[in-house]
Design a protein around this ligand. Structure first.
Ligand SMILES: Nc1nc2c(ncn2[C@@H]2O[C@H](COP(=O)(O)OP(=O)(O)OP(=O)(O)O)[C@@H](O)[C@H]2O)c(=O)[nH]1
Ligand SMILES: [Mg+2]
Length: 517
């Protein structure tokens, strides 16, 4: 293909020629335009380094023992923000890191036990069974819609925190990004007339409400428009069994309304212990992904993840079915290696996979307290009694049914963390920061490598051009001056590539080292 000379506009027939056969002008000018890009780079590096110095909002450590690690996390956060602003405003990976560090910095000093799992797995019912009361909103339709924390408190209270304007804008934007995916959310939002409530709730100061079933349903369930704007509900009561642990009920992971599942997905990294609730069925891929994410977040301590097989009573021959299912689950999540921090060890596979029938346990507690059970509730107890013991005599087999329901097994697994909760919070926070830091560092080291590769490739094409020039020198010996000009251009280009790569490396190394120190 012919080439048009940028200088004299003549059409040169030789497609590989470097010089114009009419005026001697350089034909491959595009090869040298990179230098403008590199010049831009140099400017941006300066903005990055300056941006890093800017005084940004600082997050404070919830406990003095974590001051130092929070200082580093704040630095990492401002480095990422400066990088985004000066270099790469569209980079999804940087956005993800920014979100993760902000999320990290916003965690409080509670030791949080998260109950996560797919919609309707029975998370809220398990919490209720452990608390022996129906505090967590549970239903046959998708229900838990906001993070709901349960903790010890001298007086019963329900505190509701709302999204700030910025948080809401971000949520709204992400829900509207993919209209097809968010159709369920947008329809539901419109049906509940939530639009007209935005100004009433977004940015509202936290409120305290009476701790009642109605209020819990209103703010944490999915039927009242207000739930869209609730960031968190906090239930405190004197009957909560652990003074230094907090239970966190979460929205289901595969909720048709993505908005809700995302709340849980983002939350998992902040929890100290994760109880992954899975209805007694083969594990879905999406559940496995969440389990691996939970393992990943433990900083190499998979023992802080529990797999809870829920609703055991709904299966025929439940004990046999559970044994088979448990062995099936183990195939994916128990390691064959002696040491493996990405899966359970064989021993953890025995202790951390627990089968329960939380609803059965809850009904037993109600019966024990002398509360009257409804006909369907009695039927649930009779059914499992018959499955296990071939009789409907619930009273006779009461203790054995209660034992089968095994909520105590979960209770005991959690209880062991109470003695070490504070130290665990500190260790967790340090390990989590290290994990985050290593992830960011790896990204930038790879980026440096890419920059070097680009440089080397660039170097290759420069060598190629030089060899072409040598070839053409013979034919175009008389155009010595142009050759000189071209040589100077190449030297300048090479010099700029060299400098830019060095500056990028130095700037990033400098920042990373200053965070590490
Ligand atoms: N038979 C039986 N039913 C259960 C058990 N656990 C939960 N259920 C029922 O399953 C349904 C869903 O339970 P929830 O506790 O609301 O489930 P969830 O995981 O919190 O659901 P979302 O918050 O909507 O994601 C309810 O109707 C419960 O009564 C159980 O152990 N046995
Ligand atoms: Mg629930």
């Amino acid at each position: 293909m012919a080439k048009i000379c940028p200088k004299c506009k003549a059409s040169c027939k030789n497609a590989t020629a470097v010089f114009c056969e009419y005026c001697g002008g350089v034909l491959n000018d595009a090869d040298f335009q990179n230098k403008d890009i590199l010049g831009e780079y140099s400017k941006k590096i300066k903005v990055l380094v300056d941006g890093f110095e800017v005084d940004r909002k600082k997050y404070h450590s919830p406990i003095p023992e974590l001051n130092e690690v929070y200082e580093k996390a704040n630095k990492l956060h401002s480095f990422l923000l400066a990088y985004k602003e000066s270099f790469d405003s569209e980079n999804k990976q940087i956005d993800n890191f920014i979100k993760k560090t902000a999320n990290y910095l916003k965690q409080d000093s509670n030791f949080e036990v998260a109950f996560v799992g797919t919609v309707k797995a029975g998370k809220s019912t398990l919490i209720n069974a452990m608390l022996k009361h129906e505090y967590a909103s549970s239903s046959v339709t998708p229900e838990t819609s906001v993070l709901t924390k349960f903790k010890y408190g001298g007086v019963n209270s329900l505190k509701i925190t709302f999204y700030s304007k910025d948080e809401w804008d971000e949520l709204w934007q992400s829900a509207n990004k993919n209209k097809q995916k968010s159709a369920a959310f947008l329809n539901e939002f419109a049906e509940l007339g939530a639009e007209s409530q935005i100004s009433k709730y977004v940015g509202k100061e936290p409120i305290n409400e009476d701790l009642s079933k109605e209020n819990l349903k209103k703010y944490t369930g999915s039927t009242d428009a207000v739930h869209y704007f609730v960031k968190e509900a906090e239930v405190s009561f004197s009957g909560f069994p652990f003074k230094n642990l907090v239970f966190v009920d979460t929205p289901g992971l595969d909720d048709a309304v993505d908005f809700r599942s995302n709340v849980t997905r983002e939350y998992i990294s902040r929890a100290n212990v994760v109880l992954m609730c899975i209805k007694v069925d083969p594990i879905h891929n999406s559940e496995l992904t969440t389990i691996y994410q939970a393992f990943d977040n433990t900083g190499g301590r998979p023992e802080k993840v529990f797999l809870i097989g829920t609703q055991l009573d709904i299966r025929n021959e439940p004990l046999k079915a559970w044994e088979e299912l448990k062995n099936d689950w183990k195939k994916n999540i128990v390691s064959k290696e002696e040491v493996d921090t990405t899966k359970f060890t064989r021993k953890q596979g025995e202790t951390n996979i627990i089968g329960v029938a939380a609803y059965v346990s809850l009904l037993c507690d109600m019966k024990k307290r002398g509360e009257e059970l409804s006909r369907p509730q009695i039927k649930v107890l009779e059914k499992i009694c018959y499955e296990l013991f071939d009789t409907h005599a619930i009273d006779e087999k009461f203790d054995e049914i209660y034992k089968f329901a095994n909520v105590d097994g979960v209770y005991k697994s959690i209880e062991k963390f109470t003695a070490t909760a504070k130290q665990e919070i500190i260790t967790d926070a340090k390990l989590k920061f290290q994990g985050l830091f290593d992830e960011v560092k790896k990204y930038f080291l790879d980026l440096n490598k890419d920059a070097k590769d680009t440089y080397q490739k660039g170097q290759g094409s420069v060598d190629e051009i030089i060899s072409k020039i040598k070839e053409e020198e013979k034919a175009l010996g008389e155009l010595e001056q142009t050759r000189q000009e071209l040589k100077a251009k190449i030297d300048e280009f090479q010099g700029q590539v060299n400098n830019a790569v060095k500056e990028i490396n130095d700037a990033i190394d400098g920042v990373i080292n200053s965070i590490k120190e």
